[in-house]
Design a protein around this ligand. Structure first.
Ligand SMILES: *Cc1c(COP(=O)(O)O)cnc(C)c1O
Length: 532
């Protein structure tokens, strides 16, 4: 069984390999498939969704204030003046509804804590629900941007003081954010074919796959995080970034799949590095930051060099909503690099953006991201759909108003309990470090095998290159689907388990089955020894 040819799958992205595994795992109709391959959570935030529903109910009444005499399903645009007063009257009649209570608190919160005008805020929200106007400004609705900024400041800066203003571009999830960033860097001549891109590995596999596309032709330099050092970046790896040929450094923090945040020490090392590499572009993907304890982003630590990608998908259980954001400080290396481009390139870019502004050279990188996302010419109809922006604002407000961290603690405890259960049923100790997030776990098959059956087994297991065949065997025999660690540039033979999307009982079964197949490998090892 073990010598089947699995090499053909080695080039597939782990997410495509998953489909092959699912086929095997679901081949037995009598058996339940346990797919822990996907990061899609099976929990979600209900309160901000109730708020969306209540706001919608109110928004419809606002729309029907105009033309209602026509009695033909005809409505009009909402009116700004007196909108909070009308909401208060509505809320008095619906005060039992959780969504209405949330909105009442939100209307106070934005005034008291963010200094926003209540009528203008509510008008923006109501208009966003109705979706009768293009997103204006295209980058992001004004009040929504203020709210998301406050949310990102709360979640990404930890105890660090804000370091200058930043702007936000609302995108169709982290997915679109990544796409837009690479596109605009290329279109603006900030990265060119042959340039080096440094990537902190292991990493969410698209970061490995995008740079080598024909569109970009970047040369990838691995910046390895060390398993033996709690998945931090050793100084020797950080020093690789001193190479001026490296234009850009991408990282996911907390990481995926090790699911560990960078320590304060590592953040300090990165801050020292950018003091020497002021020209380095950094893109940090902090999708899992909200699951970590006391999280501080590289965006907060190295504000000048860093573009931040955030997504509401994982924490709020909202992958289908497609809600993400790109944040960039006013004073930043991307705009500095645009200014430093050779005149000949600036002239080309003047032409690229001439239809949008009379002063294209003043156009900031974040606004170029918006324009480039819609082939420049369609800049006026760019932007995230406004009902999506409304739900984004409500998610962010949920995070801001949840002072006691009730939702956050529940989400964290849920995944961490699953992690404990998984390892307990594998029969190995579940290690826990304060930097761990436990959204995923990398089951280090070779290390666990070594611990359980001794170093000879470990050597044999590594030499036999059983990573992918292990996953197929697990799928064939037990219906469990895990992703290969090597697809995420993990060095050890390992499997990624998502702790986000199954029940605790199912994680117990996955632990048990993983151990069962490891035991089988051990039997194979003993037979192989005898044959020698
Ligand atoms: C899930 C994930 C994304 C994609 O997020 P969406 O907002 O759903 O597009 C981006 N980056 C990382 C590291 C992820 O794990």
């Amino acid at each position: 069984m073990l010598d089947r040819n699995f090499k053909q799958y080695a080039k597939l992205s782990p997410f495509e390999l998953k489909d092959q595994l699912i086929e095997r795992a679901s081949s037995d109709a009598q058996r339940l498939m346990l797919n822990a391959g996907r990061g899609n959570p099976n929990f979600l935030a209900t309160l901000p969704r109730w708020a969306f529903l209540s706001l919608g109910d109110f928004a419809m009444r606002e729309a029907e204030r105009s033309y209602s005499y026509l009695d033909s399903g005809f409505g009009g645009l909402p009116e700004h003046d007196g909108i909070v007063q009308r909401f208060d009257a509505y809320a008095t009649h619906h005060r039992q509804a959780d969504g209405v209570r949330f909105l009442r608190l939100a209307i106070s919160y934005v005034k008291d804590q963010l200094g926003l005008d209540q009528d203008a805020f509510l008008f923006e929200m109501v208009s966003a629900f109705l979706g009768s106007t293009y997103p204006t400004p295209p980058r992001m609705l004004c009040h929504t941007e203020q709210i998301v900024k406050a949310y990102l400041t709360q979640e990404m800066f930890g105890s660090l003081p804000p370091n200058g203003e930043f702007s936000v571009f609302a995108t169709e999830g982290g997915t679109a954010a990544m796409t837009y960033i690479f596109q605009s860097l290329r279109a603006n001549g900030l990265i060119k074919p042959g340039d080096k891109i440094a990537i902190a590995t292991p990493i969410f596999s698209p970061y490995l796959e995008i740079p080598v596309l024909d569109d970009y032709q970047l040369e990838v330099v691995d910046i390895r995080m060390d398993r033996l050092d709690d998945w931090q970046l050793p100084q020797s790896e950080i020093d690789k970034l001193l190479d001026p040929a490296i234009k850009i450094f991408c990282l996911v923090n907390p990481s995926n799949p090790p699911s560990s945040k960078l320590s304060d020490g590592t953040l300090d090392q990165l801050a020292s590095l950018v003091a020497k590499r002021r020209d380095l572009f950094i893109v940090t993907d902090d999708v899992y930051g909200t699951f970590a304890d006391d999280f501080v982003s590289v965006f907060a630590k190295c504000p000048y060099n860093t573009l931040c990608v955030y997504s509401f998908s994982k924490f709020f259980g909202a992958t289908g909503w497609r809600l993400g954001a790109i944040a960039l400080h006013q004073d930043n290396v991307f705009d500095a690099a645009l200014e430093a481009l050779p005149e000949i390139q600036k002239l080309l870019l003047d032409k690229r953006y001439a239809s949008l502004t009379t002063a294209p050279r003043k156009m900031q990188f974040i606004d170029r991201l918006v324009a480039d996302s819609r082939a420049v010419a369609l800049n006026h109809t760019a932007g995230l759909s406004v009902p999506q922006q409304l739900q984004m604002a409500l998610f962010a407000l949920n995070g801001l108003m949840d002072r006691e961290h009730r939702y956050k603690d529940a989400a964290k405890q849920l995944i961490r309990k699953r992690y404990q259960t998984l390892y307990r049923h594998m029969g190995v100790a579940a290690l826990r470090d304060s930097k761990d997030v436990n959204y995923y776990s990398l089951i280090d098959l070779q290390e666990i095998g070594g611990t359980l059956y001794g170093p000879e087994f470990k050597t044999w297991f590594i030499k036999s290159d059983l990573g992918i065949s292990f996953l197929f065997r697990l799928a064939d025999e037990t219906g469990v689907v895990l992703l290969p660690g090597n697809g995420f540039e993990v060095v050890d033979t390992s499997a990624r388990v998502s702790l986000a999307n199954l029940t605790e009982i199912e994680y117990a079964a996955i632990g048990k089955f993983t151990r069962q197949v490891l035991d089988e490998c051990h039997q194979d090892f003993k037979k192989a020894i005898v044959l020698q």
